[in-house]
Design a protein around this ligand. Structure first.
Ligand SMILES: NC(=O)c1ccc[n+]([C@@H]2O[C@H](COP(=O)([O-])OP(=O)(O)OC[C@H]3O[C@@H](n4cnc5c(N)ncnc54)[C@H](OP(=O)(O)O)[C@@H]3O)[C@@H](O)[C@H]2O)c1
Length: 310
């Protein structure tokens, strides 16, 4: 059975990357819990990887076969790390087309923290919601890897950012990074508190939680606002009223990861603004299970990274 975990032989269009670090995404945890569509095991998980190839420091585009349309992925699109073997490994064989130069200012750990979260945040915020400088943005669940990247991109674009979290300390950490303020989504009147504190509505809302809290977003929106969402951790939305959505001309914009072109744009932006992804903590690859346990507690602020000791 473990033969299936051995890397396949590389062909000419492949590269063998010596991985230095990788990072967890919620997807990896969902797969171990059986909560992901089309699970095929055994498989090495992991979508994020930073490593060396041909003497260069590289990052891996965390998906395969985006397809030809910039508007949506094609039917052969796959996220790296199930069904194909992923980055929780010392080496990976990957198409050369997936390899990009790592921004020079990043450490291996910061580099590994960037690909999937950065790409998802970039497409949601920039391609889908078309964020403009000076706009006001609300990002939910700021402890999340994608949410934090979205905040860093929005701040670097000159937006004003407000956040929510289930943990008061994470709101303070977000403020230390530049957020204007935040509220606890655990309080039943969080939307009223947010309105009162921020003083006006929002032009862009970024969410991955879904659930009933989503139904409150239109009430927080300015006319012409965009609500971008890339996850639905809490499930279905009850009580969503359509009236404010059509009256305020609000756009609901679903988003998933992003194309290689968007990955390249995102890396350029990170380099230009010298953005450093927030790393919550690091575990040796050999202690991967402890890293999964840490993600399950939900205590993280930023990315959980696995280091390869080479
Ligand atoms: N479509 C895509 O391409 C794509 C890509 C990446 C992720 N996702 C999805 O997005 C979700 C988050 O993924 P991730 O990897 O960023 O996870 P993560 O780093 O583990 O973060 C999850 C975050 O969810 C937040 N959260 C929990 N309950 C919440 C609530 N009631 N209201 C608002 N936020 C809440 C938490 O925020 P606090 O810690 O601040 O409380 C937590 O930090 C998952 O469902 C994942 O599958 C989708």
């Amino acid at each position: 059975m473990f033969d299936e975990l051995l890397p396949t032989l590389p062909c000419e269009t492949d590269a063998q990357v010596n991985l230095k670090a990788s990072a967890l995404n919620h997807r990896d945890l969902f797969i171990t819990q059986g909560l992901y569509a089309g699970i095929k095991i055994p498989c090495v998980l992991g979508s994020d990887g930073a490593g060396e190839w041909n003497g260069q420091r590289v990052l891996i585009y965390p998906a395969l076969e985006w397809g030809s349309s910039p508007n949506h992925q094609g039917k052969h699109f796959r996220v790296l790390g199930m069904p194909e073997h992923g980055t929780f490994a010392e080496q990976i064989t990957i198409p050369k087309a997936n390899i990009y130069a790592m921004p020079e200012h990043l450490s291996w750990e910061e580099g590994a923290a960037l690909p999937l979260a950065g790409l998802t945040a970039w497409r949601t915020l920039m391609s889908r919601c078309q964020l403009q400088p000076g706009e006001k943005v609300f990002i939910t669940g700021i402890g999340g890897g994608v949410a934090l990247m979205a905040m860093q991109f929005a701040l670097a674009s000159g937006a004003e950012v407000w956040v929510s979290s289930g943990n008061a300390q994470k709101i303070e950490q977000a403020k230390a990074l530049g957020a204007a303020g935040g509220v606890s989504y655990r309080e039943s009147d969080w939307d009223k508190q947010l309105k009162q504190q921020s003083g006006s509505g929002f032009d862009v809302i970024i969410d991955s939680a879904g659930g009933d809290g989503f139904a409150l977003f239109p009430g927080l929106c300015n006319p012409g606002a965009r609500i971008g969402f890339y996850g639905g951790t809490l499930g279905k939305v009850n009580g969503l009223s359509l009236q404010p959505i059509f009256w305020k001309q609000i756009s609901l914009l679903g988003s998933t990861m992003g194309s290689p072109t968007e990955f390249a744009e995102m890396l350029k932006f990170v380099e230009k603004h010298q953005i450093r992804p927030v790393v919550d903590c690091m575990f040796p690859l050999s202690q991967g299970n402890a890293a999964f346990d840490h993600m399950e507690t939900g205590g993280q602020f930023g990315k959980i990274v696995l280091q390869n000791t080479l």
